[in-house]
Design a protein around this ligand. Structure first.
Ligand SMILES: Cc1cc2nc3c(=O)[nH]c(=O)nc-3n(C[C@H](O)[C@H](O)[C@H](O)COP(=O)(O)OP(=O)(O)OC[C@H]3O[C@@H](n4cnc5c(N)ncnc54)[C@H](O)[C@@H]3O)c2cc1C
Length: 382
């Protein structure tokens, strides 16, 4: 039997970030991922390190925007190689995002972004500094820069896993225990016990909770039907401001495995109505939206396709995302969902807050005879 302070189940950003933070604090930790690392939501993420601006679109600062406000600073420290997690190897796709209004939007929302309250979070940009995608005489909206970096999730997963050699394994563990208390877990015949078990398996937490007899918290899945535009596109890391509380479209730019530029498009187009559409209906709706919002780009020359993804979160009464990262103790288990990639530091703080002092410093001494997981692929390369 191998003993550890903490066994983490799940190889997305939540598990990987937490494993790094625990290792840095002297805990003996082991992480098991059922699949390639990041293959759940993490490699589908747009990579936006939200500071809350998107959630302020209702024209006021919400709980969500306040919870997220500290995150870009935490990430910038890690990206600069400062702090307990070194993310200096992560590719920053853009140091900031562009917030752009549809010309039809004259509402208080645009003036809110220009207001004193948002100063330092959203700064109006002069036309000469607008991104190439908006450089047309036909565009007559307002453009702001928001201080929220966009990172490449593939390099994030690679960087977080690089320091976990001898800690991170691919295995589908069997759980022995009941009523929210785990006695041990078995990975390919190797029995492991830990003081604390962290469920960080995203949508996989539902099965883990069932196996461990955990009834509360419950999980909800919020589906998305994202769009991919591929072709000769300029870089565009953007949040579009429409008349509603949700941005009609959010774009990030990535490079696929063949070196072609893609826009990964989320926002309202990918939510409820988008989810209800078939793939061909969603492609048609997406083409229509892009043609209407950015008609100076040759959309007829772009390949458009879609990808579905599920956000896994704790169940809330409203069905909306809870404001911060979620971590609940049940027996010797911590059930976690970061609810946002950006909130991974907040989640690992909460996990650490539930632990006692490190107990089994020798727990990592002998590596387990198990395979290491590979790194998954983003949706446009799957
Ligand atoms: C389309 C999309 C875009 C997004 N964009 C952003 C964004 O721009 N910014 C942002 O902050 N957030 C974003 N998010 C949210 C963010 O991606 C998630 O909150 C975050 O990645 C969740 O991380 P996780 O580690 O909890 O889960 P996951 O990334 O889903 O990882 C869980 C892992 O656990 C593994 N697993 C499953 N079952 C088991 C098991 N039994 N044992 C061991 N391992 C198991 C899975 O294989 C998976 O790899 C986005 C989400 C989606 C879907």
């Amino acid at each position: 039997m191998k003993s550890y302070d903490v066994a983490i189940l799940g190889g997305g950003v939540a598990g990987l970030w937490t494993a790094n933070a625990l290792k840095a604090r002297g805990y003996s930790v082991v992480l098991f991922s059922k699949t390639d690392l990041g293959a759940g939501q993490t490699l589908a993420a747009q990579g936006v390190i939200h500071g809350g601006a998107k959630y302020a679109l209702a024209g006021k600062l919400t709980d969500s925007s306040e919870q997220l406000a500290a995150m870009p600073g935490r990430w910038r420290d890690a990206l600069n190689g400062k702090g307990d997690i070194d993310l200096s190897g992560v590719e920053v796709l853009s140091p900031s995002q562009t917030l752009w209004s549809l010309p039809s939007v004259t509402s208080q929302v645009v003036s809110f972004f220009g207001s004193k309250l948002m100063r330092g979070r959203a700064d109006a940009l002069p036309r000469e500094s607008w991104p190439e995608a908006l450089q047309s005489d036909r565009y007559h909206g307002r453009v702001f820069k928001i201080d929220e970096p966009v990172i490449d999730p593939v390099s994030l997963v690679a960087s977080l896993s690089a320091s976990l050699s001898g800690i991170c394994y691919q295995a589908d563990c069997e759980i022995k225990g009941s009523g929210g208390r785990i006695e041990s877990i078995t990975a390919d015949g190797i029995e492991i016990e830990a003081e604390t078990y962290v469920f960080a398996a995203g949508a996989g937490n539902a099965d883990l909770m069932k196996a461990a007899g955990v009834e509360n918290p419950a999980m909800q899945l919020r589906p998305l039907h994202q769009l991919v535009a591929r072709g000769d596109l300029p870089d565009f890391y953007s949040v579009c401001i429409g008349n509603g509380p949700k941005p009609p479209m959010v774009t990030t730019t990535h490079t696929d495995s063949s070196g072609r530029k893609i826009w990964w498009i989320g926002g309202d187009i990918a939510e409820a109505n988008g989810v209800a559409r078939s793939e061909s209906e969603q492609i048609e709706a997406g083409r229509g939206l892009l043609q209407k919002f950015l008609p100076w780009i040759r959309w007829d020359e772009m390949e458009i396709f879609t990808a579905r993804a599920n956000r896994a979160e704790p169940l809330t009464e409203s069905g909306e995302r809870p404001p911060g990262a979620f971590c609940q103790k049940v027996g010797n288990i911590l059930v976690t969902w970061p609810t946002k990639l950006a909130l991974a530091p907040d989640l690992s703080d909460q996990v650490i807050g539930h632990l006692g002092a490190p107990q089994s410093p020798g727990g990592n001494a002998t590596p387990l005879d198990l395979p290491s997981p590979g790194i998954g692929k983003p949706p446009w390369d799957r």
